[in-house]
Design a protein around this ligand. Sequence first.
Ligand SMILES: NC(=O)C1=CN([C@@H]2O[C@H](COP(=O)(O)OP(=O)(O)OC[C@H]3O[C@@H](n4cnc5c(N)ncnc54)[C@H](OP(=O)(O)O)[C@@H]3O)[C@@H](O)[C@H]2O)[C@@H](O)CC1
Ligand SMILES: [K+]
Length: 501
Amino acid sequence: MQPLLNAQQIHDADTYTIAHEPISSVDLMERAAKAFEQAFTARYGDTEKSIAIYCGTGNNGGDGLAIARLLTDYGFEKVDVKIARFANKFSDDFKSNLQRLSQTRIPITNFTSVAELKTEPADIIIDALLGNGLNKPLAGEYAQLVQQINNWHKTVVVVDVPTGFYSEGEINPDAIVIKADLAITFQQPKINFLLPDSKHAIKNWVAVDIGIDRNFTQQLNSPYQYLEESDIKKILRPRERFSNKGTYGHALIVAGQPETMGAALLCSSACVQAGAGLVTACIPQSGLVALNSYMPEIMAIVREGDLQPTIDWTKFSTMGIGPGLGKDDNALALLTDILTNYTKPVVIDADALNLLATHKQLWACLPKGSVLTPHMKEFDRLFGEHKNWWQRLQTAMQKAKELQIHIVLKNDYTIIASPDEKLYFNSTSNAAMASGGMGDVLTGIITALLAQKYSPLEACLAGVYLHGKAGDDLALPGKLWVVLPDKVAAQVPVSMAALMV
Ligand SMILES: NC(=O)C1=CN([C@@H]2O[C@H](COP(=O)(O)OP(=O)(O)OC[C@H]3O[C@@H](n4cnc5c(N)ncnc54)[C@H](OP(=O)(O)O)[C@@H]3O)[C@@H](O)[C@H]2O)[C@@H](O)CC1
Ligand SMILES: [K+]
């Protein structure tokens, strides 16, 4: 688990590392510049290309000066350094690196106003103007410079964070920010890199390790955490000798209408694939043949017209409710029946979420520890409109605590909010997975893990990670352009087994 820190905490972690490793501040800057150089040359290794490095006069600018030297040592012959002298001050490490750079043949241009700049001939621009030290929106010369750089439409690689971009807090869509093709960021992704609101500023990012003290960052107890493979390996348990289907629980999937049986099939088959010992699907009568032929392992409870099915509440380890269920009176009656009679944590998705949104009296009946799996629109239907993702994060954290539930807010970096006010960002999944039915598979996987007696938090973390990992294993690198949900379900046991070795 990697704690995601805010700008102040990142600064404190840098300071702590300098004092306790110990390492001098300028040597830590050198280490950061080296890590940048390696990540940069791995992607832009053609030394024929010309590079212009725009530097501020703080430590982000100091990084830029060190990077100029290291890229030249690497073999780039056309490196130009341009220093924005908009303020009459500079950091100590900027000064040290400027002295070192002055002893090389790398050309350095100082400018005090954007008007002094001509057009930029370089192939690649490196942005080392402002980084983590941003403390107000860009204005004046800085704003003009950033707009000028954006208008050149060059390949832009940024040092740590794009100039003008806040690492946390609400992202103003109108703010003036460097548009980055790639952000090479130090130690950890910045929280806002993981939110869709950042997509206008950052096409791609990579985090490079600069050896910041992990013990210090752990004890800061950040509410924002980034999931890593090692976390999931710790959660997953091997299937035991002498175990049988009873060991792995009996899940009930309540899903499907005649027109949306596919959702029920995807959800219940994913539940089987993710290891539930037994799976029963509660589906409309007309879907029975489809269910039996799609996956004979799944049993059925059929729903006929207005008749409510009889469910033995003692029989099931958990339930997943909602994919393709519809929002009619029968669906509402069934959801009400379940929530008022069943007391173990359940997974609620899709139409069941929309029913919850319009029947708030049901919220009090949600079994403690239950899991809600909304996408952004379902989330806003449940909890009200949000102007941006930062607001959604805060609401998710607050509602998970208030209702004692887990909220899985689906996105590129799916966010899991737990009742103890933590937000976990998932690190797997890819754009090939963006297709209808993918959420039904996720619901099936989380339900399967609950059935296998994983705690609700473990089921959410491992379920979300595995779902994305199965998609990654199928699609990356350059394997499949589109990954269909049933393929993801079938891949889950393969990806799970690979994680267990
Ligand atoms: N610490 C370390 O050991 C390491 C740090 N590293 C690197 O340091 C970077 C952080 O450096 P930093 O703290 O010096 O801040 P930086 O982003 O260069 O800005 C500095 C100046 O900008 C100014 N300023 C702020 N907002 C402004 C605005 N809107 N418009 C105009 N000016 C504005 C502000 O001035 P002030 O407003 O306070 O007068 C401040 O003096 C970090 O991103 C990473 O690259 C790495 O080398 C690893 C080791
Ligand atoms: K920058």
